[in-house]
Design a binder for this molecule. Structure first.
Ligand code: ATP
Ligand code: MG
Length: 753
């Protein structure tokens, strides 16, 4: 370091400087968590621009999230001033690929204004194709096909490139054909899905030398953060672009590879040296983030993994506190405990922005959310929806609201055809018209329309069944515990079965959320009290600029850091997840362990790990075993504490047989069926937020009312045409229609002719 160093070099250590100053040729920075990889990459970007090696528009910089891209842009801005303004090629793989594809869309048969489909659209399209192919969609759900196609796209395979053996998995080898049909259909509607963004760009670069050369010329420097989580198609794309200049700098940590379930391949790190011979490998060993105890704890856990590249990590930060392991009695106590601790942090002057609770699966946020609402602790959920705002939870709540309060039209409308029971927009439209005409709730309108011919026989049957269900559930409401009622409703309505049939990671996560909902209900005396609680929770959106603590999944926390980190639910079956245990392979277990490493290394000053002795699963208390990862924490870095007598040290006994990681695996036998336990790290699900809005378009044909109609009058009905009133019974009319014959209709649906 010299006194004349530009600001962006100040404070960097020697290997970091090397990563910044080795601008020409391939560079791989391989280093553990918190060693300043992202910091070095940011400084490198500043250096390239400040020394005019490249214009900002000539640098391709890939980050893992849009947020990370924004931060990098800001930081570079602070280092070198406004020159950074245009960094058009700084962003995520998806964002950059989308931008490229818009420029050359016609080369893959799209127009530049193509739409990017969300998961829902994607599935709808696949369903059509599956049906057209005569495949039983129940047996081979669209989501399964979607998963398969996604995998192929992650690998950079077009339909033509899929090997015969690879297509076995779906509908006796029809997957490949459907993939091709799906791609054709997408082109026809000028659309693509997320996986296509990169795949199409790859195709273009491979087939059109001129385009490839143009980008190879443009991107004088390429850099990639979180390199360990790139998938094959991303890797191929980078390799093509870097082929001529070879000025590519990737930073990553094999121990933090946590997206293999989305096709990420750690092997890309190993390939780097082969594909870019002579690459400079930089190792950063000083950790600037965490205290020695936190680092020691994280290193101890990850040391249990085999097949590591291996790294040294040290820190000269003051010793600080040991990692605390808290054994608590149950979930509510876990939330209470964390809430109390966070309040204490706030009282002591700590900022809530520097506090995070990290969970393995989305459904774990609920207990914390409820508690924090109750005690008034502002929180935000990052990378996902707040618990009660998730689509499946809103659906379930709509059922419950409707049982509790039959006049709840918004609830009725939300679920009248969810799951699909053959009640189309037309039928719903009619209910609306009737409800408005008579000034009655939709549910009542539904009951009234039933013994008329207003609906098609199919819709009438479906509506009849639904109304019958509602009545039955309402009867039971007084007798059953309401959590049990909720389970029955979800089962009998077919909601659960529909999700189960999807057999995807995402649907498994949704099922988990529904179980969690039932668990939440158990804490309230009555259904009414619970629903009241929910509406208060929903209303509790904190001020935008208020300081908030963060709740998120470990996956979403990648690359981030906080002074205070709470790691909740470190129990077998939660973390490692039941899914990882069921799959049983060493790979999935090692990926869970890398997640544990990522989780612990997010903490700067304090890290608290919690495990509960009991969890309530489907109304039943079951005892849980502390996570094996707790047992892997080196004792010298850990303080154990338990709110129960003698409970917390049990795990040492449980996990003493280190040599055989599966020797003592509890396979969830006490935890109910496997699907209930399946976990998801799916904070990336692009869950559409359903907007329920009152329809205003329908115009009643005119409510003539009972007094205005009389026998023998000629009337007009939109569906059946002209006819004569043959009988009047309340607000229902028997009409002899001129072509349709005798029908029973609602009086509000006819006009006097
Ligand atoms: P992760 O693997 O979690 O992504 P990382 O290797 O990218 O971590 P950074 O986030 O870049 O690490 O840095 C971790 C922390 O250390 C940040 O707060 C950063 O500002 C700080 N830091 C990085 N380099 C230095 C340095 N040379 N001197 C002091 N602090 C540093
Ligand atoms: Mg980083």
């Amino acid at each position: 370091p010299s006194p004349n160093d530009p600001p962006y070099l100040k404070g960097l250590n020697e290997p970091q400087r090397q990563a910044v100053l080795t601008t020409e040729g391939p560079v791989l920075v391989l280093a553990g968590a918190g060693t300043g990889k992202t910091a070095a990459l940011t400084a490198r970007l500043a250096h390239l621009v400040a020394t005019q090696r490249a214009w900002p528009s000539e640098i391709l910089a890939v980050t893992f999230t849009n947020k990370a891209a924004r931060e990098m842009r800001e930081r570079v801005g602070r280092m070198i001033g406004p020159a950074v303004e245009g960094m058009p090629w700084l962003g995520t793989f998806h964002a950059i690929a989308a931008k490229m594809l818009r420029r050359h869309a016609e080369l893959v048969g799209l127009q530049s204004n193509f739409t990017i489909l969300d998961t829902d659209d994607q599935l709808r399209l696949m369903k059509q194709l599956i049906q057209a192919e005569g495949i039983d969609e129940k047996r081979w759900p669209a989501r399964q096909l979607a998963g398969l196609i996604d995998q192929w796209k992650n690998k950079g395979l077009t339909p033509e490139e899929v090997g015969a053996g690879e297509a076995e998995g779906y509908a006796h080898g029809k997957g490949q054909k459907l993939y091709a049909a799906y791609q054709t259909r997408l082109r026809e509607v000028n659309a693509c899905d997320f996986g296509d963004l990169l795949l199409h760009v790859l195709t273009i670069l491979k087939r059109h030398r001129d385009v490839l050369e143009q980008y190879q010329q443009r991107f004088k420097y390429i850099m990639v953060d979180e390199y360990q989580d790139t998938n094959s198609s991303q890797y191929l794309w980078l390799r093509l672009l870097a082929q001529t200049r070879k000025n590519i700098c990737c930073v990553g940590d094999d121990d933090q590879s946590i997206y293999s379930w989305r096709g990420a391949e750690v092997a890309n790190i190993l390939r780097f040296e082969k594909d870019f011979p002579g690459a400079v490998i930089v190792r950063l060993e000083q950790n600037y983030r965490s205290t020695p105890h936190i680092l020691g704890a994280a290193s101890g856990v990850i040391a249990e993994n085999g097949n590591r590249l291996g790294k040294t990590l040290w820190t000269d930060i003051d010793v600080g506190e040991k990692v605390r392991v808290l054994g608590v009695w149950d979930g509510p106590e876990e939330a209470r405990r964390v809430g109390d601790e966070i309040e204490a942090i706030a009282r002591a002057g700590g900022s809530l922005d520097e506090v995070a609770i990290l969970v393995r699966a989305q459904h774990q946020t609920r207990e914390f959310e409820d508690r924090f609402i109750q005690i008034g602790l502002p929180y935000r959920i990052v990378g996902g929806f707040r618990f009660y705002e998730r689509a499946e939870i809103r659906d379930a709540l709509a059922y419950l609201r409707l049982v509790n309060q039959p006049a709840d039209d918004l609830a009725f409308e939300r679920i009248v055809n969810v799951p699909k029971r053959g009640l189309g927009d037309k039928a719903v439209e009619k209910l609306h018209r009737l409800a408005r005409a008579e000034g009655i709730p939709l549910a009542l309108a539904a009951a009234r329309i039933l013994d008329t011919d207003e609906l098609t026989p199919q819709a009438r049957r479906a509506l009849g069944a639904f109304i019958g269900d509602l009545a039955r559930w309402r009867d039971r409401a007084g007798q059953l515990p309401h959590a049990e009622l909720a389970r029955q409703i979800l089962d009998e309505s077919g909601y659960t079965a529909t999700l189960q049939a999807e057999r995807s990671t995402e649907s498994a996560g949704r099922l988990e959320n529904l179980s969690e909902l039932a668990r939440a209900m158990e804490e309230y005396e009555t259904l009414g009290a619970f629903l009241e609680h929910v509406s208060l929770v929903m209303d509790n959106e904190a001020q935008q600029d208020e300081r908030k603590l963060t709740i998120m999944t470990i996956h979403a926390a990648k690359g981030l850091e906080f002074d205070n980190v709470f790691l909740a639910g470190w129990e077998e079956g939660i973390f490692p997840s039941q899914r990882a245990l069921d799959e049983g392979g060493l790979n999935s277990l090692e990926e869970e362990r890398r997640l544990a490493y990522v989780a612990i290394t997010r903490a700067r000053k304090r890290c608290t790990i919690l495990h509960a002795a009991n969890r309530r699963i489907y109304g039943q208390w079951t005892s849980s075993i502390p996570s094996r990862f707790v047992g892997e924490l080196p004792p010298e870095h850990v303080d154990e504490e338990s709110s129960m007598s003698g409970g917390a040290s049990l795990w040492r006994a449980n996990w003493s047989e280190r040599d055989d990681p599966f020797a003592n695996v509890a396979r969830g036998s006490s935890r109910g069926p496997g699907w209930q336990r399946a976990q998801t790290g799916g904070q990336f699900s692009r869950e559409p937020v359903r907007v329920v809005e009152a329809r205003t378009s329908a115009v009643s044909l005119g409510n003539k009312g009972r007094d205005d109609v009389s026998l023998g009058q000629r009337v007009f009905h939109q569906k059946f045409g002209y006819g004569t009133i043959a009988a009047i019974e309340g607000n229902k009319l028997e009409i002899d229609f001129e072509t349709a014959g005798r029908k029973r209709v609602m009086d509000s649906f006819v006009t006097l002719a």
